[in-house]
Design a protein around this ligand. Sequence first.
Ligand code: ATP
Length: 406
Amino acid sequence: MRKDGRRALLAAKADAIMILPSVKAASHNLAPATPASVAFTDELVACLRKRFASGGHDFALDVSFNLTAGITILFGPSGAGKTTLLNCIAGLTTPDSGKIAIDGRILFDREREINLSVRRRRIGYVFQDLALFPHLNVRRNVEYGLADVDRNERRRRSDAILESFRISHLGEHKPGQISGGERQRVALARALVTDPCVLLLDEPLAALDTPTKLKIIDDLRAWNHEHRIPILYVTHNREEVFALGERMLVLENGQIIADGTPHEVMTAPHLETVAQLAGFENIFDAIVVATNEDRGTMTCRIAGRQVELETPLVRAETGSTLRVGIRAGDILLATVQPSGLSARNVIPGRIVSLAQRDVIVVARVNCGVEMEVHLTLAARDSLQLQPGRDVWLIVKTHSCHLMARP
Ligand code: ATP
């Protein structure tokens, strides 16, 4: 991208981190009275549609939801429309139709031709690329959104937020002189110092190592606890979902396909998208070969293979095809044939490959189908695992999650 183009993009994003103090004081006077269909509540209400059609590629975002105070995770595969949704709320993208209101204050209403500018929306936004100004030091980056605030007040607020995010000592440094985790903290501090009424976070911690991420998560959780505003947090990361999420929306092809607590959505995924994102490394089509009503189980054969699995009983006809998801971390591996186990599925196989990923070992085992199994380094060493070694996979019935086929 040319330098001018980059500047323009940064400037557009910069608008999203500014507030007009006068707007804050008189926010309810900016827009005409709210229509009856949008409630005056302490929440963000959005109902919007945005279509992109270019070069044979057609995408439509079509969502309707409300957000109350607290952290809502926005989860979904690449291209599902997460950033588009955030941009529509922030005012960087104009929806084709719909309404967006916060606390009854209308930000956007296509029919009534209301479309508040980015600056007037009072929305904090941390972008995927952070969009920090490289030529400004940390303090001036943080104070950027407070340009119209009285000097003493600006100082007081930036001091407080730098303190909250533990970056007071970095005030004079430029973004290029600090670490990735510190830059992330600066971006969060910059978004929050404006006292936004909604916070949008687009994969803010994606590039960080786990210990750094956990510390920032702690600080963000503490901030959320104190301020309680609606926060929409985009992540693909399972740990972040459980560490931060109070509620979770799953977006697929521009539509919300699941809405619930992280536990509800992630532990009982009926949809394959959720399952894949929820960390089901093993997903197979399987045919129901028998139902055991009295035991509450079914026997399913993996399509086209001889591998049979005992699964929980669901309402399905013998002969019908379902999809089974098994987490790699839920499979045990033994080097001698186990006996006397409560687990119903003991499947012989042979190790195809072993690869270390961070502190886990990923084993691929051919047992008629290839299954991924996650082990600790200690397990790999004590079992002396190697490619070519015969093993048995042990899977509990309730670790076989059944889902509808798309
Ligand atoms: P990721 O997780 O990869 O960031 P996402 O869920 O945020 O993906 P979006 O960036 O919102 O997805 O994109 C959703 C769809 O809209 C994609 O198919 C994308 O190509 C398309 N899209 C986004 N912005 C535009 C645009 N300005 N013009 C045309 N198509 C666009």
